[in-house]
Design a binder for this molecule. Structure first.
Ligand code: ATP
Ligand code: MG
Length: 264
């Protein structure tokens, strides 16, 4: 899966890394990350001096209790939210330096996002939903629809192309959402509880599919999950606990300081 030349030159990139390379090395580098929300009760600090790396090709699970900051962390990796301090390098790009327009182009090009809820557009067919990201970046309708058909075949839904989301099962909806996340051939798949809304057996099937596509397409994938069994099948588990990020695997390269905590 080759990628077109990145337009990231306009942003703060690390020159020693080739943005088109899928060679081993960190694809995500979080350095001294801090996130503080201003709330009516004062400031809420989720992370302080949080640093870790994710290597190209890893399938990483992020676990932790509700409110630990898992979604917030994923949003910052995917340029959907800005850190309060520190740096997030993702796919060779310092995401904090992106303008909103650049961030949008960066997400479209580099990141496939899957959420707990599918967020498919109800009035469009599965194929049209999957084609959307390609149309958004200016591909012709014919090419976009052909690519969408290919991805629906890949997720086992060749015969559901013309179904609207309301005419699909929960597992099928999530498989369409996965196809839509990957149609732009991103390097990084970020998934926030992608099986959280599914029954146990369907969750396992969707996870099997993510794992198969992760391997066959040479992706790097970071999955938030509450499911211990599925996390156990990932190459590494990062656990956010009382604001600390601990690496369950032996070769830990994760460092963090306490959070979340309220300050004045
Ligand atoms: N925009 C915001 N303003 C203030 N506080 C916020 C904001 N967004 C999130 N928070 C707080 O930050 C904390 C972490 O939220 P986050 O959604 O990242 O948790 P999570 O680990 O994903 O939880 P869950 O497992 O329930 O999805 C929560 O306590 C939440 O209330
Ligand atoms: Mg969450």
């Amino acid at each position: 899966m080759t990628k077109p030349s990145s337009a990231a030159a306009a942003t703060d990139t690390r020159s020693q890394r080739d943005p088109n390379s899928r060679a081993a090395g960190p694809i995500v580098e979080v350095v001294n990350l801090e996130k503080t929300y201003k709330t009516a009760r004062g400031s809420l600090t989720l992370f302080r001096d949080l640093s870790f790396q994710v290597m190209t090709g890893e399938l990483v699970a992020i676990m932790g209790q509700s409110g630990a900051g898992k979604s917030t962390l994923l949003h910052m990796l995917g340029a959907l939210d800005a850190p309060s301090a520190g740096t997030v390098y993702c796919a060779s790009t310092n995401v904090a330096t992106l303008t909103p327009r650049q961030a949008s182009a960066f997400r479209n090009r580099e990141i496939g996002y899957v959420w707990q809820f599918h967020y498919l557009l109800p009035e469009f067919t599965a194929q049209e939903n999957v084609a959307m990201p390609l149309l958004a970046r200016g591909e012709g309708k014919r090419e976009a629809m052909d690519a969408a058909a290919g991805w629906l075949r890949e997720v086992g839904l060749d015969d559901r192309r013309d179904h609207r989301p309301g005419e699909l099962s929960g597992g099928e909806q999530q498989r369409v959402a996965l196809a839509r996340a990957l149609v732009n051939q991103p390097r990084l798949l970020l998934a926030d509880e992608p099986t959280g809304d599914l029954d146990e057996s369907t969750a396992r099937q969707v996870f099997d599919l993510i794992q198969r596509i992760h391997t066959s397409h040479g992706l790097t994938s970071i999955l938030v999950t509450h499911n211990m069994e599925l996390a156990g099948r990932c190459s590494r588990v990062l656990r956010l606990e009382h604001g600390r990020l601990a690496d369950d695997s032996a070769a830990s390269n994760v460092h963090s300081n306490p959070g979340p905590e309220f300050g004045s």
